[in-house]
Design a binder for this molecule. Structure first.
Ligand code: F6R
Length: 241
């Protein structure tokens, strides 16, 4: 495990964007596993900037997102499909047919999860998986539990996650209770994993995940065992490490 200590959110974002950009420059047809939430937005902004300057080309890149809320379609402003268009896809030359996100409107959970794992397999696996860190240690929506879920699955979001994500939903809108998420095995099989974390509110969970024991009660702790894992984190989030 490598740790890159960044000064602040912007520095963290540029460091992560540098790693992603190097990946795409070295392998233009890379399969990128992508995340939503506030942590990766700055990295996406930086990639868009470099794309605008002609420094990075997404025309051959394929992407698979970590997760999607069950019940939200791509046109819903709170869906992760919408998030990805707004924060990255609409601003770079990625081909829409090369982007993949679980279909939140498919209510046949088993079929949807199988379909998604088949997509990941058909792409030859993930070259670089970008992650954020949930306040309870979740990665994707792999919530704390008694065992590590392997492949894509439907998950009931924990009260802590629903609470943490409420800030993205307007007043009067409920945070969905379920999501489809890649499993721990999908994430661990990525050839390289990069996590972006910032803020003092993440310091305790960063400590538990990376200094504590490997346990499904803190799903991110499994990354201690990944052969190419880089934590790009700002000083505040590393303050207890
Ligand atoms: C998002 C995802 C989540 C977030 C995590 C942190 O696709 O899978 O695991 O990465 O909840 O969210 P932020 O970055 O908003 O603190």
């Amino acid at each position: 495990m490598k740790i890159i200590e960044a000064r602040d959110y912007d520095h963290m974002s540029r460091q992560a964007a540098n790693i992603i950009s190097a990946q795409v420059i070295l392998k233009p047809a890379s399969v990128l596993g992508l995340a939503t939430g506030s942590s990766p937005i700055g990295a996406y902004r930086q990639l868009i900037d470099w794309y605008g300057k002609g420094d990075i080309d997404f025309s051959a890149v394929r992407t698979v997102n970590l997760d999607e809320y069950v019940g939200l379609g791509p046109e819903d402003s709170q869906s992760y499909a919408h998030f990805m268009r707004v924060h990255l896809f609409d601003h770079v030359n990625i081909r829409r047919e090369n982007t993949h996100i679980p279909d939140g409107l498919n209510d046949d959970a088993q079929a949807e999860c199988r379909r998604y794992d088949e997509i990941i397999a058909s792409l030859g696996g993930i070259d670089l998986q970008l992650l954020g860190l949930g306040p309870n240690g979740h990665i994707g929506f792999n919530e704390p539990s008694r065992s590590f879920a392997k492949g894509t699955h439907k998950v009931e979001l924990s009260p802590a996650t629903v609470e943490a994500n409420r800030r993205f939903f307007g007043p009067g809108r409920q945070v969905p209770g379920y999501a489809y998420t890649m499993g721990i095995c999908d994430i661990m099989q990525a050839r390289r994993v990069v996590m972006v974390v910032s803020g003092s509110h993440k310091a305790a969970i960063v400590r538990d995940a990376f200094l504590g024991p490997v346990t499904p009660e803190v799903p991110a702790s499994i990354l201690q065992l990944h052969r190419d894992f880089t934590l790009v984190a700002d000083r505040e989030s590393l303050s207890l490490l």
